[in-house]
Design a protein around this ligand. Sequence first.
Ligand code: ADP
Ligand code: MG
Length: 209
Amino acid sequence: MFLEPRVGTNREAPRRGWIEVVCGSMFSGKTEELIRRLNRATIARQRVEIFKPALDTRYHAHDVVSHNANSIRSTPVALAQEILLMTSGCDVVGIDEAQFFDESLIEVCVQLANRGTRVIVAGLDMDYAGKPFGPVPALMAVAEYVTKVHAVCVCCGELASYSFRIAASEDKILLGETDSYEARCRPCFIEGMKEKSPPARVAARHETL
Ligand code: ADP
Ligand code: MG
């Protein structure tokens, strides 16, 4: 369980900012954990703002919504830089679905933290191919605190770190839910990827025939 380094409202103390990253696969509880931390900051009477990428309207136009239907009011933004303009005087800034922003999100988070803001960023660390996703890996590098959460593998029940795409699309971004993705552990992810693509050797031999 993540313990907040600061939950009080001591306005005398110098403002100290930092970056927290919550990452993992789809269905791993990133949004739940983000909402939990932001709710606690609100209880501590801190000024909290939440943002999500404007392109992600899967569950709600404005709210950040978890798969177990927890939600919190948020502001959708098209560009990460907009966050800087809307957060003066904020104690805590939450950002969900960080993988959908471009690399400029890293500098935005660093600037917020340097200003004295606690920044909590949630996002997918890997895409459907198991490759590092957007600005999340670099955010993990510059963050003070990184929490990797895990889903349950739908094939075997072990801890899952991968978002396996069931849908046929090969676009890097495919907004979807349980109809398009499954949480899988490493062996079940590898197995699924093998089933999707026939072995290269067989394909090569086929070409020479
Ligand atoms: P994320 O933001 O990481 O996609 P959420 O916080 O929105 O995840 O949702 C987590 C919730 O998803 C869990 O509490 C659980 O109710 C639900 N869930 C659905 N499928 C799974 C799964 N395979 N493993 C774990 N939780 C799952
Ligand atoms: Mg989420």
